[in-house]
Design a protein. Structure first.
Length: 206
């Protein structure tokens, strides 16, 4: 979880509250003046003033204009510490969510770009006709229907390579060895000049 830094005056207020909660500074104790506290924490008197203002707002101390600062509630100090920790955790999680959302946005943008590239390449590939490919129809009742390329030993029997199968207006590019044939498929093959005749014979006779 990301570490979230609080302002210095808040950290000082927390430190004083912790000391009060632990009993290191007892209820009824009068704290040193702002200048002495500033020297102890090595900050400006204004920073100490803001720290004490937080503690006073939480009813942990009472600030008197003429007689300094008096500790009035140890239980309020404990409540402040709990609220401070919860608030810090909440800020940390909000920052983490913001960071993750930013990363997600970057990933979404990159993914959208990659999808566009793939669609563009697919469209370009679809428009490229296989060089010197011969189209051969698979009629209904053909003995190869339902059988796979491997099962037919297609290449061994014909010497032709299947570069695509047109089916229902779409083209299957480089179908694998387990691709099977369906009625009205158009098989695109390449090979020597006798290959189409051998393919046609396989399709019609099996």
């Amino acid at each position: 979880m990301e570490n979230v830094e609080s302002p210095v005056y808040s950290q000082i207020a927390l430190d004083i509250a912790i000391r009060i909660s632990k009993g290191e500074i007892r209820e009824g104790t009068r704290l040193s003046g702002r200048s002495i506290l500033a020297s102890e924490y090595k900050v400006s008197p204004e920073t100490i003033r803001r720290s004490l203002r937080i503690l006073e707002d939480m009813e942990i101390v009472k600030v008197y204009a003429s007689s300094g600062v008096k500790v009035i509630s140890r239980s309020s100090a404990a409540s402040f510490i709990e609220r401070y920790n919860v608030g810090r955790d909440m800020r940390s999680r909000r920052n983490e969510i913001a960071s993750l959302l930013k990363k997600k946005e970057e990933l979404d943008t990159k993914l959208a770009s990659l999808i566009d590239d793939v669609c563009d390449l697919s469209e370009r590939f679809r428009n490229i006709s296989p060089v010197h490919a011969v189209e051969i129809d698979v009629p209904e009742g053909s003995p190869i229907i339902g059988r796979s390329v491997t099962d037919l030993r297609f290449w061994q029997q014909t010497g032709a390579t299947i570069v695509g199968i047109k089916r229902e207006g779409k083209i299957i590019i480089s179908p694998g060895p387990y691709a099977s044939f369906q009625p009205h498929d158009i098989v695109l093959v390449i090979g020597d000049k006798e290959a189409p005749d051998r393919v046609l014979k396989l399709i019609t006779e099996g």
